[in-house]
Design a protein around this ligand. Structure first.
Ligand code: F6P
Length: 323
């Protein structure tokens, strides 16, 4: 292995730059050439490669977003797109690829590997934390800290006006972000696909809260909850009871940006070093994660299988502590 390439794909997450830096510097440390690919798999399909040096990744450790840009590439989902991609990788004499992203990224990487048997290592870069084979994905800690800071502020207003706030958070079709932040902000309820509460259950919970002298409350709603999101849910609650003065906040993309936390910087750095060393050991088709503080390789196929079952404990804790 003489030359490797690195790309970021899917939704950006805080810490992706720290991971790029670690990949580039570790490659140089091991005397490999490195290329950055721009716009994720789109850049592989279009041949958008640029040589990176040690100094190309200076001062990015603490920056959110990704210097390599990111995209969700439709063309790469086709066989023809992947043929163009492999031709470009070969034309640029790339011997191994590091992809930083989430579910969609690894699904694409798996296809490329299956069809063209190209060495690929993945790093979990997504705020959603929905990959098996790692306790935390790069960006999850920062995004949840951002949400906690925002909800603490909303709590001040909720408290001052005796209001009920519905706060919608990201997380695609699962509740990792919602449950983590619901516990951390003392939400009266967390609405996620895993908690299985509907609007009637929520009214029971809210009424119990009023009976026990709660003057204001926060409900965290996962964007993927079956209630249809914070606006829909608030409408249902408002139609069924007029006990509350309700307000709604959808946090949206402010959850994805900003400087990565210390944990995300260190996680990204550890994973970036391991990605290159795994490629050098001949590993491929797997994601590097950290479980119980130890580095772990997990086949892409297993990594993308949802780890929803691991939320049982959080669901229980959120329920007990919200009474
Ligand atoms: O996967 C990260 C994520 O932020 C999800 O939580 C969210 O559902 C989605 O990306 C939003 O994607 P986009 O930025 O393309 O609207």
């Amino acid at each position: 292995m003489k030359k490797i390439a690195v790309l970021t794909s899917g939704g950006d997450s805080p810490g992706m730059n720290a991971a790029i830096r670690a990949v580039v510097r570790t490659a140089v440390f091991h005397e490999l050439d490195v290329c950055g690919v721009f716009q994720g798999f789109q850049g592989v399909v279009d041949g958008d490669f640029k040589k990176l040096h040690v100094r190309s990744v200076g001062k990015i450790l603490g920056r959110g977003g990704t210097i390599l840009k990111s995209a969700r590439c439709k063309e790469f989902r086709t066989k023809e797109g992947r043929v163009r991609a492999i031709e470009n990788l070969r034309k640029n004499e790339i011997d191994g690829l590091v992809v930083i992203g989430g579910n969609g990224t690894f699904a694409g990487a798996m296809k490329l590997q299956e069809e063209h048997s190209f060495p690929i290592i993945g790093l979990p870069g997504t705020i959603d934390n929905d990959l098996a084979g790692t306790d935390n994905t790069i960006g999850f800690d920062t995004a949840t800290n951002t949400i906690v800071e925002a909800v603490d502020k909303i709590r001040d207003t909720a408290d001052s006006h005796n209001r009920l706030f519905f706060v919608e958070v990201m997380g695609r079709d699962n509740g990792f972000i919602a449950l983590r932040t619901g516990i951390a902000t003392g939400a009266i309820a967390v609405m996620t696909p895993e908690t299985g509460l509907d609007s009637n259950d929520l009214i029971d919970v809210l009424q119990a809260g009023q009976r026990s002298q709660k003057s204001s409350s926060i409900v965290i709603v996962a964007e993927g909850d079956k209630s249809g999101g914070a606006y829909e849910l608030a409408k249902k609650i408002h139609n069924k009871t007029d006990l509350y003065d309700i307000r709604i906040t959808v946090l949206g993309h402010l959850q994805r940006g900003g400087p990565p936390s210390c944990s995300d910087r260190v996680l990204a750095s550890r994973l970036g070093v391991e990605a290159i060393e795994a490629l050098l050991r001949g590993e491929s088709n797997c994601m590097i994660g950290i479980v119980n503080d130890s580095l772990l390789s997990t086949p892409f196929k297993k990594a993308v299988a949802n780890k929803i079952h691991t939320l049982e404990d959080e669901v229980r804790i959120a329920r007990i502590l919200s009474i």
